[in-house]
Design a protein around this ligand. Structure first.
Ligand SMILES: [Zn+2]
Length: 258
């Protein structure tokens, strides 16, 4: 399996790779390991001391559970595998408290975390309060995996076959019109269509194939897109996924030898 970086948008946590010398099974395994196995921090327990807002306690808890938390994978253990044996300690859980009594939106940025490295990634509204309404919450975040609950999922991953586009200038009837209809795919150079290579991995653009003279062929390569929800960088997600895949193979070999 060979990886080539095609596009990295650090601000939006998006990475697009070309994967060569592989097959659907391997690429899909990588996708599933990212979605289901790469751990992140998310709120698991919520204690509400005061909630006079319009949302039920359960809804506040659910909303807070889904807000991504910046995750320090080296700093935390899974609670059930921690030295505290599941009791909960500073090595396996982050305490997040939120106290608000003002009118208007209660925002995620008002929450205080016991670990300044592990705070909410985005400033999202949690609830809108009227004058006199209060919210006081103490929440506990722990490491978990996406296969248990989607709140621990580190991002959005998908892949598809890379396509090649061939343009036969002799068969093209109206190059200008095609370039106008699909401006992200084609540029008009003189009277000829020139393909914007970047559009081939950013979009599928199979629409282009309905015109005479344009053929789209699938190649053996894959275009792999990974968008992090913000808990981990795309690099951390891929590195952790690779480590987990190796661990699983070693575990399998170990079982065969027993
Ligand atoms: Zn612990």
């Amino acid at each position: 399996m060979k990886l080539e970086k095609l596009h990295l948008d650090k601000k939006n946590n998006k990475l697009i790779l070309r994967i060569k010398d592989s097959n659907e099974e391997m690429v899909n395994t990588l996708r599933r390991v990212i979605l289901e196995e790469v751990p992140t921090l998310a709120i698991e327990e919520v204690e509400l001391f005061n909630n006079s807002s319009v949302l039920y306690d359960e809804m506040i808890a659910l909303r807070m559970g889904l807000i991504p938390i910046k995750t320090d994978l080296d700093g935390y253990n899974f609670r059930d595998k921690c030295t505290c044996e599941g009791a909960g300690c500073a090595k396996c859980q982050v305490k997040i408290s939120l106290k608000s009594g003002k009118k208007g939106y209660v925002m995620a940025s008002e929450a205080k975390s016991s670990d300044p490295k592990c705070t909410f990634v985005y400033d999202m509204p949690i609830v809108k309060t009227l004058a006199g309404q209060k919210l006081e919450v103490e929440a506990t975040a722990i490491l978990g995996r996406g296969k248990v609950h989607a709140k621990w999922c580190p991002g959005h991953v998908f892949f598809r076959r890379e396509v090649e586009m061939e343009v036969d200038d002799k068969k093209i009837k109206d190059a200008k019109k095609i370039a106008e209809l699909l401006p992200e795919v084609f540029e008009l150079k003189g009277n000829k269509l020139s393909v914007n290579e970047e559009s081939l991995y950013m979009n599928t653009n199979y629409d282009a194939a309905k015109f005479d003279g344009i053929t789209i062929k699938e190649t053996d390569n894959f275009i792999f897109t990974l968008e992090s929800w913000g808990q981990l960088s795309t690099k951390e997600i891929l590195e952790t996924a690779a480590e987990i895949m190796v661990e699983k193979v070693e575990d399998f070999i170990g079982q065969l030898e027993e």
